[in-house]
Design a protein around this ligand. Structure first.
Ligand SMILES: Cc1ncc(COP(=O)(O)O)c(C=O)c1O
Length: 358
């Protein structure tokens, strides 16, 4: 980022050094949005009803977190002290950086992965050591363990892992996560389970065993609450108490609290949407293979596909037809697209449009 010429106040070096992040574009609302792994049908009607019951008096007071934390903790089967509400996982990443990273510290990631790990670490002035997912899109476990075993002065402060990973969709096996956590004596390990509802694999109960483990979840994906910005960070009570000390007083608004409570109460909606997405993902995988794309095993609500030289034209032509998919440029070569699985009707519409193009 270049400093504006007319500004005569200093800007932090870490801000000027940031690479731009390609956030979702504007004007997506009326299109078939298969580019940012959102829920494509919207949240549960019970969430909308709960939101409509918010009173003027509730709006006028600063949010209170105790009751919602207690109810959500019961849903997630943790103690309230093992849970912290955040303004989406993005906010949790910001809070991790604010609490644990000094300028010059190092953090460890494996790319391609969710861009915000690098973004918040670099914003804090940390150095990012980036390993690579292999050709099968597997997390590089052995290389990560070697780095975690470095002497404490040069060990990474934080290791970020998304499982299922975005954009690869691949899941890091639990036996590998156990090896990583056993090797991470001096490193905080964030396991980002944003797509847990679609993989069904979690290590959330491990927060009782590993004092430097944090697990993140979000209501942005299967619950369809991306607009309200709410997520949860889980960890042992001591670490969360320290983090609360570095946190803004009201990171989550009252509407988001009400919506999250209503979302967890409507188990039927969550189950039926997740089932629909899994059927839709199977349809999508089959369709993509029929077009000759290489796909990777996905535990999430999206599929990574390698279309080689056809990828760019495909994405652009779909966009002209009102269907958004995401081209990923962070691979050693071009050709990769990430496509979200919404309902089966969404996937059928996409595959029909692809047939016309390819
Ligand atoms: C792995 C991963 N973590 C976190 C997020 C963002 O979650 P939130 O909307 O809760 O900030 C995303 C969104 O795409 C993601 O892919």
């Amino acid at each position: 980022m270049n400093a504006p010429k007319k500004l005569n106040i200093p800007i932090r070096k870490s801000v000027l050094a940031l690479a731009p992040y390609n956030a979702p574009r504007e004007g997506r609302a009326r299109k078939l949005r298969l580019d940012f792994n959102e829920n494509t049908v919207g949240c549960s009607p019970k969430v909308l009803r709960a939101l409509s019951r918010i009173t003027a008096a509730q709006m006028a007071i600063y949010p209170e977190y105790q009751e919602t934390t207690r109810r959500l903790a019961r849903f997630f089967r943790v103690r309230p002290a093992q849970m912290h509400l955040t303004n989406g996982i993005d906010d949790a990443l910001h809070l991790i950086a604010d609490t644990f990273l000094e300028s010059g510290d190092s953090v460890l990631i494996a790319e391609p992965t969710f861009d915000m790990y690098r973004f918040f670490a670099e914003l804090a002035g940390a150095r990012v050591t980036a390993l690579r997912y292999d050709d099968e899109m597997r997390f590089p476990v052995d290389a990560a363990i070697q780095i975690l075993r470095r002497p404490s002065e040069i060990a990474p402060r934080v290791l970020y892992i998304a499982t299922p990973n975005n954009p690869t969709g691949t899941v890091v096996p639990q036996k590998d996560l156990r090896r990583i956590l056993n090797a991470a004596a001096r490193t905080l390990v964030l396991i980002d389970e944003a797509y847990f509802d679609f993989s069904g694999e979690t290590i959330l109960p491990w927060i009782r065993r590993y004092p430097n483990l944090l697990v993140a979840r979000t209501f942005s994906k299967s619950s369809g609450l991306a607009a309200l910005r709410i997520g949860c960070l889980f960890g042992n009570p001591e670490i969360l108490a320290v983090m609360r000390g570095a946190c803004t007083p009201y990171p989550v608004n009252t509407a988001a609290l009400v919506a999250a409570e209503a979302a967890v109460a409507d188990k039927r909606f969550a189950r039926s949407y997740t089932r629909e997405v899994l059927k839709s993902r199977a349809l999508l995988e089959k369709g993509l293979q029929q077009f000759g794309a290489r796909i990777y095993p996905s535990g999430a609500n999206f599929v990574l596909a390698d279309f080689g030289p056809r990828a760019h034209r495909l994405a652009k032509s779909l966009e002209r037809k009102g269907i958004l998919i995401r081209e990923r440029k962070d691979f050693p070569r071009e050709g990769f697209v990430r496509i979200s699985a919404g309902t089966r009707a969404d996937t059928r519409k996409l595959l029909r449009a692809m047939k016309g193009i390819l």
